[in-house]
Ligand binder design. Sequence first.
Ligand SMILES: CC(C)=CC(=O)SCCNC(=O)CCNC(=O)[C@H](O)C(C)(C)COP(=O)(O)OP(=O)(O)OC[C@H]1O[C@@H](n2cnc3c(N)ncnc32)[C@H](O)[C@@H]1OP(=O)(O)O
Length: 257
Amino acid sequence: MAHETIIAETRGKVGLITLNRPKALNALNSQVLADILDAVKAFEADPKIGAMVITGSEKAFAAGADIKEMQTKTYVEAFLQDFFVGWEELTRARKPIIAAVAGYALGGGCELAMMCDFIIAADSAKFGQPEITLGVMPGMGGSQRLTRFVGKSKAMDMVLTGRMMDAAEAERCGLVSRIVPAADLVDEALKAAAKIADFSLPAVMMAKEAVNRSYETTLAEGLRFERRVFHSMFALDDQKEGMAAFAEKRKANFTNS
Ligand SMILES: CC(C)=CC(=O)SCCNC(=O)CCNC(=O)[C@H](O)C(C)(C)COP(=O)(O)OP(=O)(O)OC[C@H]1O[C@@H](n2cnc3c(N)ncnc32)[C@H](O)[C@@H]1OP(=O)(O)O
């Protein structure tokens, strides 16, 4: 797949998307959005792919939304275009997406990472929502998703002071799931994605949907949703195979059916 601002390639059952605007520290403009959505759509449609990884460079996952692209925008343009709404489409991907973050993940970069299903951070990663320093505020989900990840106090601290947090702080407060040495970041993320891709795709997709539901509903509704989805899994060949494989002490051979 050829794109202007990203490299999209397959590694076994994993779709790997590498942001590729090094001179602008992977700043996210409308072309990056179009390219990411195009690649994700292709990986979603490819039955051989079971999970995806989005990564950047050693220096920057992404240093934010492209300030130069948006600096002259008027209020009316921003409002009429519903500026940034397009990024929401990424969160509608049904296959899991892991963000592999090294270096700066600032503003829209931090927000892009949070749109993924989980974040693996290099020890060099730095997260922040510095929009306040530009006279604005987060606009790609930072005020909402960061607060759900880290709680009100730390989210306020990040959004109102614009300070950065390092990988250790991000792990402590639950923003990232694990930290790995920078040199191993992409390999570790690909390994995690490959592990997921070896499981039953319908089970993985339903599990992702159930966890995401917890953000959007009451506990009682979420628990009911989980049980109903869990019940439906007994219609899968993969449930029979997974449990038979356990009983027979062998590796399961999932067929995504
Ligand atoms: C507003 C909303 C809703 C969302 C946002 O995301 S706003 C953007 C939030 N992000 C930021 O404010 C970070 C901006 N960048 C920086 O502060 C610095 O670039 C840095 C601390 C990440 C790295 O500093 P360093 O000195 O190492 O590198 P620079 O010389 O500053 O940058 C290299 C090159 O990249 C361009 N760049 C960096 N970030 C952006 C960006 N967000 N948008 C557009 N361009 C960006 C930077 O201008 C420079 O390019 P030139 O050499 O052509 O000037």
